[in-house]
Design a protein around this ligand. Structure first.
Ligand SMILES: CC(C)=CCC/C(C)=C/C=C/C(C)=C/C=C/C(C)=C/C=C/C=C(C)/C=C/C=C(C)/C=C/C=C(\C)CCC=C(C)C
Length: 717
């Protein structure tokens, strides 16, 4: 049975499938906007279809269980992940099936229903719908039962919650929005698509992992999101590029957050939220350190093996080693026990304190502390302390005394807990999958969209303007540019908010990198070569100096598909400042690139791979200028670096900013650099934005109090 309407806004069709199946067909814009669907009969089965005309979107806030095994009204699902699958059921050719994967289960109460009930069309502010069929009634704001209604269609009417008992199954549809359908249709006709005012719930500027995680998390909550990306592919520093049969990772190839256990596998979770999964290859050695005095330490995936290797090198410090890393585990375990959401959202934060008081107090205690101070409590050997500096340098590009203890613990333990896992096909696959997932959720990503300014109206961020003059508008703007770029470039000429002044007092831009992407003949590398290496040859003092230490990854050791047969890929990074490269005539610039790359190759030949130079078949050198150009980061910076000794993570800003409706996400937000860290900032940002646009619970009074408290705490840093 089809419900006709000249301009269908919300349309359902029912058809019977063989056996005990019923089919609910969701047309046009409806799927994500349903809000809440609850069957009352646990034995009945349902399949969900969405018209191919619609970009397939996932379900958030729909309480569904596996589409093939049927609903279970006792087990309501808070979040469901939908993935497109092969067509099931005898629906029309136009319809595609979703297989619904279950996520976290949670019994719901009425309060949660309301809080979840973004309602259909809430993001477009349509949301007004009336059921018109035999026995259909609608009430504003309250639940309504409609017995044995087999069909219903929309028409303009009153918004609110409605509950339909449909063929013995109860569907509950809730909406918070108030615009009549007529108005909505009018808006649709007048071009409610790209570019119209307030078309979106959120615009995300930049498609780095932080931006994409924020965007996808919002999209699955029911928001309509537009991501604006300057480049032609997503991912920013976690992107990829292909040349001559090689697939190179733009940035780090050391991937945290990809495990299948705990709460800290944020990449796995972010992908699953949009129905994606990536195959990964476990890395048996996180990193192989090659350090002064011929100190060589392999960080094995197995914690016991790593500790055995380290205590073998420093037997007199065995107790100190166990105590330092033991303290890291205390923090890691506390982190891993929490449900990670926005620390700027009081209902969540107090809820976590209530459920896990010891863990939260542990984290609050370590929030203002640095790893170097804690290491010095237990360890005296200067060489071992320098080793811990090198361990922290990988995390933060600064030594242990300047590295927040929470961040150090996260990295030093997760590599043994979830492990380092390389995504098959390269790191770029993460961003590609998230971008696809975003589109599957009904949101959009626009490439070659170079945002030049954030549009303000009476001090409120309302849109983004591109270099070609196009303008897009949304209720909220999320900047995945660094805070320096956001406030220095995108809001040029505006007064710098006090919070940003404070941030810039505490943090400076970390230097950029010189990168060398290489294809080499495979026979140059010994057969048991590890994937990741850190090289600092003779002098510990050079650790933090430009070109002092070398990061080297050989991802083809794990995934040979990234290079032509008989070849390996080498990704080489070393810190380098923009000042070294600016103002050079083209010829000198190219010559300097060659000289610097040559020296790095010489060092690697000497320390690791004799004959490396003669085995190179492809090479591309990137300087800080390259990183600035492609990643749109001021001075090509790697992220924030403390000016002096920081108070741990205390000074790091979260996602809200001093500008109304403007949020930041990425590595200049809490907790800092690293793919998993920016993924966390994306999760936090989406939660805070969702609360502010009415997709999550919110308490304005508590909000104001918490935001003031956090602002004050930051001034102590
Ligand atoms: C607010 C108040 C007052 C209180 C509260 C308390 C609490 C509850 C708290 C909480 C907290 C939290 C949750 C936190 C969290 C955190 C996190 C998650 C963190 C994370 C982090 C991470 C990181 C940092 C990472 C990083 C990584 C990296 C950087 C990596 C890198 C790599 C590379 C560079 C590569 C290398 C290479 C070679 C060696 C070759």
């Amino acid at each position: 049975m089809t419900l006709a309407h000249s301009l269908p806004v919300l349309e359902f069709m029912s058809s019977s499938l063989p056996g005990n199946h019923n089919t609910l067909i969701l047309n046009r814009h409806s799927p994500t906007k349903l809000g809440f669907i609850r069957p009352t009969n646990p034995k009945q089965k349902f399949n969900f279809f969405v018209s191919q005309k619609v970009k397939p979107i996932g379900f958030f806030g729909c309480n569904l269980c596996d589409s093939n095994s049927g609903f279970n009204s006792r087990q309501l699902f808070y979040e469901c992940y939908a993935a497109q699958s092969s067509r099931i059921g005898p629906s029309s050719r136009k319809h595609k099936a979703f297989s619904i994967k279950r996520a976290k289960t949670r019994a719901l109460n009425d309060h949660q229903l309301f809080s979840m009930g973004s309602g259909f069309y809430s993001s477009r502010q349509l949301g007004t719908s009336r059921l018109t069929s035999s026995g259909c009634k609608i009430l504003s704001g309250g639940a309504l039962r409609i017995p044995n209604t087999k069909s219903f269609k929309h028409s303009s009417g009153i918004s609110g919650a409605c509950e339909v008992n449909w063929s013995n199954h109860k569907f509950e549809l809730r909406s918070k929005s108030v615009l009549s359908v007529d108005k909505a249709v009018e808006r649709e006709r007048s071009g409610g698509g790209l570019g119209s005012e307030n078309s979106y719930d959120a615009i995300v500027i930049g498609s780095g992992i932080g931006g994409l995680v924020a965007a996808t998390q919002l999209a699955v909550k029911g928001a309509r999101v537009l991501v604006l990306e300057k480049y032609v592919i997503p991912g920013g520093s976690s992107g990829y590029y292909q040349r001559d049969g090689y697939t190179f990772d733009v940035g780090s190839s050391v991937m945290f957050g990809f495990s299948d256990k705990g709460n800290l596998n944020l990449i796995t979770q972010a992908l699953a939220a949009v129905g994606c999964e990536m195959q990964v290859i476990p890395d048996p050695t996180t990193v192989h350190f090659h350090l002064p005095n011929n100190l060589s330490v392999r960080v094995h995936r197995e914690y016991r093996e790593f500790i055995a290797e380290l205590t073998d090198k420093f037997p007199h410090e065995k107790e100190g080693i166990l105590k330092f890393y033991g303290e890291c585990w205390k923090i890691f375990n506390a982190l891993n026990s929490l449900e990670l959401k926005s620390l700027e959202e009081p209902i969540y934060l107090f809820g976590q304190f209530f459920q896990k008081p010891i863990e939260c107090l542990t984290l609050a205690y370590y929030l203002p502390q640095n790893a170097g101070d804690i290491a010095r409590k237990y360890i005296k050997d200067p060489q071992l302390l320098s080793f811990i500096d090198a361990e922290c340098f990988i995390v933060s590009t600064v030594n242990a005394l300047l590295t927040p203890m929470i961040n150090a613990s996260m990295v030093l333990c997760d590599r043994h807990f979830g492990g380092i896992n390389y995504p098959v096909g390269g790191v770029g696959g993460i961003a590609k999958s998230l971008a696809k997932g975003l589109i599957d959720q009904g949101s959009e990503i626009l490439y070659k969209a170079n945002v030049t300014s954030i549009i303000l109206e009476q001090g409120k961020a309302v849109g983004a303007r591109l270099s070609d003059g196009r303008e897009y508008f949304a209720k909220t703007i999320i900047s995945n540019a660094t805070r320096w770029d956001t406030f220095g470039n995108l809001l040029k000429g505006e007064r710098l908010p006090k919070e940003e002044e404070n941030f810039q007092k505490v943090y400076v831009k970390a230097p950029s990198f010189l990168s060398i992407h290489m294809g080499v003949k495979a026979e140059t590398l010994p057969p048991d070569t590890d994937c990741h290496h850190f090289v600092l040859e003779n002098d510990w003092k050079k650790l933090e100096e430009p070109y002092g230490s070398i990061f080297l990854s050989i991802p083809t050791v794990l995934d040979s598909s990234l290079a032509p047969e008989g070849r390996h890929i080498l990704h080489i990074f070393t810190t380098s400042a923009m000042e070294d490269w600016e103002g050079l005539p083209r010829k000198d610039y190219e010559a300097k690139k060659e000289i610097v790359a040559d020296e790095i190759i010489r060092r690697l030949e000497k320390k690791l791979f004799p004959g490396l130079r003669s085995s190179i078949v492809f090479m591309e050198v990137g300087t800080p200028k390259t990183h600035r150009r492609y990643l749109a980061r001021d001075k090509g910076t790697y992220g924030p670096m403390p000016r002096g000794t920081p108070k741990g993570l205390l000074g790091m800003p979260f996602n809200t900013t001093g500008v109304d409706s403007l949020y930041c996400v990425g590595d200049s937000c809490f907790p800092g650099q690293g793919v998993i860290a920016v993924a966390f900032s994306g999760v936090m940002c989406a939660h805070r934005v969702a609360a502010d646009i009415g997709l999550e619970k919110k308490s304005p009074i508590l909000d104001a109090a918490l935001l003031r408290l956090l602002g004050w705490l930051r001034t102590l840093a």
